[in-house]
Design a protein around this ligand. Structure first.
Ligand code: TMP
Ligand code: ASP
Length: 252
């Protein structure tokens, strides 16, 4: 990795560098994997390469159905060129079946279908462990306005329909996932645009037949075969056929 570029931001799983032109950034996918607010950490060799490709795949496909996002193009195995956005400090979680924190909060068995898809908002603030927030908090503290909340919810449901179909077609149930959005400014107007990534790090994906987990829960819950499962997701989607050699090559 080049060290001459200016680092704009380093998160737990990704780094943002200054891009080649104004208004662009380079998003670098790390192998670092964390869970439970950094309590659990590991380096899973090859994870960044897989997530870069899976996220590219979905961002391109979402763009073709009219869902604008920050992705411009993939640069190499671990990097993509993205549009620089003003990030809205929220995580938007869409749930189709109970799992994780929703199961814990309401005592619902994991996998139980929900009466309808549920959208939740969490504040992106690790020091506070990303607390859940309501629309009241979001508008009172000016994290987003009501129009932006409506836009994020409408986009999230469209993305859910698309992703549920795309995963369903390859024998994977989309249990839940997390999205992040940003503002793209044009003169005095801003639009809400999808940002961040869509990958097995940010989704719960269960094999439709066996209900086996194929996502980051394999890491969170010490189920093993994390990279193998991410690779299988990519393989089923028809991408990353060359992945096994990439992992063995230990590319960084
Ligand atoms: P949760 O059940 O832990 O609230 O997670 C819901 C979904 O959001 C799940 O697919 C994992 C994803 N997620 C993230 O991508 N990042 C996070 O920081 C959290 C808490 C969840
Ligand atoms: N991404 C969050 C963290 O790293 C939580 C999780 O994914 O479990 O703490």
């Amino acid at each position: 990795m080049s060290t001459r570029r200016k680092k704009i931001y380093e998160g737990k799983g990704k780094i943002l560098f200054e891009g080649p032109e104004p208004g662009t950034l380079i998003q670098y996918f790390k192998d670092d994997t964390t869970a439970f607010n950094n309590e659990k950490k590991a380096v899973l060799e090859g994870k960044g390469v897989i997530n870069n490709r899976i996220s590219e795949y979905f961002m391109i496909r979402l763009n073709t159905i009219g869902i604008q996002n920050h992705f411009i193009r993939r640069l190499n195995l671990r990097e993509q060129l993205i549009r620089e956005l003003e990030i809205i400090p929220l995580q938007v979680v869409v749930r189709n079946a109970a799992a994780g924190s929703l199961s814990n909060r309401f005592g619902l068995p994991e996998g139980q279908a929900l009466p309808r898809s549920i959208i939740e908002f969490y504040l992106k603030d690790e020091k506070l462990s990303n607390p859940m927030v309501t629309e009241e908090h979001i508008t009172a503290f000016n994290w987003a306005n009501t129009q932006e909340i409506d836009d994020m919810m409408a986009l999230s449901l469209r993305i859910n329909d698309f992703l549920s179909g795309a995963f369903g077609a390859v024998g994977i149930n989309l249990i839940d996932f997390k999205l992040e959005f940003g503002r793209l400014w044009e003169n005095d107007f801003s639009r809400v645009i999808l940002a961040d990534e869509i990958s097995p790090d940010s989704c719960r994906l269960w094999d439709s037949q066996t209900l086996e987990k194929m996502d980051k829960d394999r890491f969170r819950r010490d189920l093993g075969d994390v990279i193998e499962s991410y690779t299988e997701v990519a393989r089923r989607l028809g991408i990353m056929k060359e992945m096994p050699t990439v992992i063995q090559g230990g590319l960084h």
